[in-house]
Ligand binder design. Structure first.
Ligand code: UD1
Ligand code: UDP
Length: 374
């Protein structure tokens, strides 16, 4: 293998950091010259993850400004990453999923004729506005990429249907499971965060825990109002505790704090660091979330997820009976939540349909094999 090849792993947001940390570690272990670039599309949320995994970026574009528009963010990423491409010889860029960071960096790399690998490739709803702007971000990245690491067979089939060359696609499982194995191992060895201690002091974990997250742009406004109505109704049951780490996006913060502050049984808290979030997930009876990553993680702990979206690209969980699409309809959320809370036999562990924990190794092996053949 040509050990002088330089691989630049690029991330911008919390989930990209979680899902690319194991990929970064796998490349570091290999002979590749491995570099990490963060756009810092997210700042605090990203740094929480980097700190947990003890990762120090080689390049930090530090681009987050409060509530900046997608176009402003895109132009700043394009400009920032090109500064790196123009001063460093990069042979391969790896991007993840469907964020603005990923699609814009894939475009910038293409413009410089640098090869692009896309991790978590091929997820689709084929609905342009759901999720927005992620569906189009990932389709664009798919067109620009040279190598496609599909988390599952459905994702691979989507790419094949779109005309992507079969030889450039590898089904790996989702790297989120690799990350979960690392974090669970650390937690199982007795690791405890200060935040866990604090939660134990303020929340009654003998009650049924409902964990809530939300951040999707298509739910801003009416959708979030309706979810809040449902959460308020659910909180009237004195046997439950709702834990809601509120995303830092002001469009989420404003409505959630306005609607749900000071309600009994609802704990609005700052975003949790990754290990603490995993710990809370393990204690939960039910999760209500629009998150992609959470849909993938929850089956590991046998916790059902009400997905507050009308479509999902994570169909495996729905088909396996781990997650349920409820949209933002207040009545549907309440009915389904009560149903699950009353029927604890639904909290059964199954093998996680999203991966085995070896996706990152498969990605590195793919490149080593390609290079060995040259
Ligand atoms: C972004 C991604 C989304 C991903 C989500 C994960 C895009 C378009 N959106 O959505 O695909 O699912 O991250 O969480 O790529 N903010 C902070 N501190 C932070 C992070 C965010 O204050 O650490 C605030 C800022 O005001 C920022 C705003 O949230 O401008 C929105 O951030 P942005 O990355 O544009 O969108 P997200 O909703 O976080
Ligand atoms: N997560 C976290 N702290 C939180 C909420 C979520 O560490 O307070 C983790 C979660 O375990 C998952 C990821 O963040 O791995 C999901 O991120 P998010 O929902 O923001 O984005 P998405 O997955 O929808 O792109």
């Amino acid at each position: 293998m040509n050990n002088k090849k330089t691989v630049l792993i690029c991330i911008g947001t919390r989930p990209e950091a979680i899902k690319m940390a194991p990929v970064y570690f796998a490349f570091l272990k290999s002979g590749y010259n491995t570099k990490l670039c963060v756009t810092a599309q997210h700042r605090d949320l990203l740094d929480q993850v980097l700190q947990f995994f003890k990762i120090k970026p080689d390049f930090d574009l530090d681009l987050m400004t409060p509530n900046q528009s997608l176009n402003k963010l895109s132009s700043r990423i394009l400009d920032g990453i090109d500064g790196i491409f123009s001063t460093h010889k990069i042979d391969l860029v790896l991007v993840h999923g469907d964020t603005t960071t990923s699609s814009v960096i894939a475009l910038a790399a293409f413009n410089r004729k640098i090869k692009v690998g896309h991790v978590e490739a091929g997820l689709r709803t084929y609905n342009k506005y759901a999720p927005f702007p992620e569906e189009i971000n990932r389709q664009l990245t798919g067109r620009l990429a040279d190598y496609h690491f599909a988390p599952g067979v459905n994702a691979k089939q989507n790419l094949v249907n779109e005309g992507v060359n079969d030889n450039t696609i590898l089904v790996t499982g989702n790297t989120v499971i690799d990350a979960l194995h690392i974090a669970s191992g650390i937690l199982d060895s007795g690791f405890k965060t200060d935040m866990i201690d604090q939660l134990i002091k303020t929340i009654d974990f003998n009650k049924k825990i409902i964990l809530v997250t939300g951040h999707r742009r298509e739910n801003f406004g009416e959708g979030f109002e309706s979810i809040c109505d449902a959460l308020e109704a659910l909180s009237e049951d004195s046997d439950v505790e709702l834990i809601f780490p509120v995303h830092l996006n002001p469009n989420v913060q404003d409505v959630v704090y306005k609607r749900l502050s000071n309600l009994k049984n609802i704990h609005l808290i700052a975003p949790l660091d990754y290990p603490t979030f995993i710990w809370v997930m393990k204690q939960s009876h039910l999760i209500i979330s629009d998150s992609g990553g959470v849909q993938e993680e929850a089956p590991t702990f046998g916790v059902p997820v009400l997905v507050t979206r009308t479509v999902t690209e994570r169909e495996e969980g729905v088909n396996a009976g781990c997650s349920f699409l409820v949209g933002t309809n207040q009545d549907l959320i309440i009915t389904k939540a009560k149903d699950i809370l009353c029927n604890s036999s639904q909290n059964q562990k199954i093998s996680n349909p999203y991966g085995d924990g070896d996706a990152s190794k498969k990605i590195v092996d793919f490149f080593e094999y390609q290079d060995d053949r040259k």
